[in-house]
Design a protein around this ligand. Structure first.
Ligand SMILES: [Mg+2]
Length: 245
């Protein structure tokens, strides 16, 4: 069983965050993590699906995660066996109730939306045009009992109510019986906001989108790094290190 013997639980977004910054900065940070790997629980928290995460494993020196929270928080798998973490995955599928077709019918013909060419199981993913998207479309979703997560002025994910990166991370850490005091989250876009809203220690990397930064300014748990991507995470870890047990 998992023990609470980790000196750091790093729960990080991938694109723009863990994968962001220069190749040199990434290599240095990954090397640092690999040297402390047995004391770090590494969790990826990403919009990517499992296949797109697994492709990253091919890169030499890439730190493989202990857990992958994928699909914007709607899937949770072990980073080694790729088996779902049943307790948390069950919570998600119980809320979602196979609603994919229902959501597509509900949003059929809504202005500014087009389906992404992917078929995730526990969400529906659209591209959206920020100039065209109507508040009434989001209201319709809300009234039907779904959440919408908008990100990067481009992606709209229709989600099981109450499920997003942050709540799924908290469920995962609880299922693993881990000490939240040693957890640090990191991200760069608005779909990472729920990670920071957990109240866990956080790092927004230097390349974070302005809409995210605006929401984080008053959150005392979040460090706003000046450095992009991997270097930004590292800077934030140093900042938070004094309060890790
Ligand atoms: Mg990102």
């Amino acid at each position: 069983m998992m023990s609470s013997g980790y000196s750091l639980i790093l729960a990080t977004d991938l694109d723009g965050t863990f994968l962001g910054g220069s190749d040199g900065d990434r290599a240095e940070f990954y090397d640092y993590l690999q040297r402390h790997r047995d004391r770090v629980l590494l969790v990826f928290v990403t919009g990517r699906d499992l296949d797109l995460v697994r492709q990253l494993y091919d890169e030499a020196g890439f730190p493989t995660p202990d857990y992958i929270i994928g699909d914007v928080g709607t899937s949770v798998t072990c980073g080694k066996t790729f088996q779902p973490l049943a307790e948390v995955q069950g919570w998600i599928s119980d809320i979602w109730q196979n609603a994919n077709d229902l959501v597509k019918a509900l949003l059929n013909g809504e202005p500014g939306l087009s389906l992404q060419p992917i078929e995730p199981r526990y969400r529906v993913s659209y591209y959206y045009d920020p100039e065209v998207l109507q508040p009434s479309t989001l209201k319709k979703l809300d009234e039907a009992g779904f959440d919408a997560v908008l990100s990067a002025d481009r992606f709209l994910d229709v989600m099981p109510k109450g499920v997003s990166k942050g709540p799924t991370l908290l469920k995962t850490l609880a299922a693993l019986n881990l000490d939240l005091n040693n957890a640090v989250v990191a991200g760069d876009t608005l779909n990472d906001l729920s990670l920071f809203e957990t109240g866990l220690k956080g790092v927004a990397v230097g390349n974070a989108e302005p809409k995210l930064i605006d929401r984080l300014r008053d959150m005392s748990n979040v460090y706003l790094s000046q450095k992009p991507g991997a270097a930004g995470i590292w800077e934030g870890l140093n900042y938070h290190s004094k309060t890790l047990s």
